[in-house]
Write a protein that binds this ligand. Structure first.
Ligand SMILES: [Zn+2]
Length: 193
């Protein structure tokens, strides 16, 4: 039975690296994969999933409005060898898109592996992650560490002086802010280093 998997973590845990390796493992065995990434992710080129250690692969970008089930169903008729679907930055999925991905597993019998952040810089859930935590068959944590050595579970947005930012839009692109993965204690203390 195909399953919907959600791999979640704080920032910079290596999600994209793990996604690209897993996709490669399928392809190496002659099986096609479909890679999705949200249009919103403009850190790198659109239509490409890049990992911090230098791996990259082409992806199909999607917007809030796209029906991911319809997109995969259409591709399946083109290439019958699709054996898995990967989603990078899955926190940006809308609720109905998470349900569409569950339809991919249930109706097309294709496993879906979604990778994303569990929470935003305010400690609030992202819509995509919230529903993946509920709708996925399996959830797995990808671990990374805080500057204190404890497991980092939170994403702190900091300014250029490494001061915690406590208000703003959930999605901030192109500003001077950056993110630091920290443990809950240091998130509450606002200590980025
Ligand atoms: Zn810590």
């Amino acid at each position: 039975m195909a399953k919907l998997y959600f791999y979640y973590s704080a920032m910079n845990a290596g999600k994209s690296t793990i996604l690209l390796q897993a996709s490669y493992n399928y392809q190496e065995r002659g099986m096609d994969t479909v890679l999705f990434s949200p249009h919103i992710d403009t850190r790198y080129q659109s239509g490409k999933i890049c990992s911090r250690i230098g791996l990259s692969a082409k992806s199909h970008t999607f917007t809030d409005q796209d029906d991911l089930f319809a997109l995969v169903a259409h591709k399946k008729t083109e290439y019958s060898k699709i054996k898995s679907v990967f989603v990078d930055e899955a926190q940006f999925l809308r609720k109905q898109q998470v349900q569409q991905l569950s339809d991919v597993t249930d109706q097309l019998s294709i496993p879906v592996l979604a990778y994303g952040l569990r929470s935003d810089f305010l400690g609030e859930p992202f819509e995509g992650s919230l529903y993946l935590l509920i709708w996925a068959d399996e959830i797995h944590e990808i671990k990374t560490i805080c500057h204190c050595g404890a497991k980092a579970t939170m994403n702190m947005r900091v300014d250029q002086q490494a001061q915690k930012i406590v208000a703003g839009q959930q999605i901030e692109i192109g500003g001077n802010e950056r993110y630091v993965s920290v443990c809950r204690k240091h998130f509450k203390m606002g200590q980025a280093r």
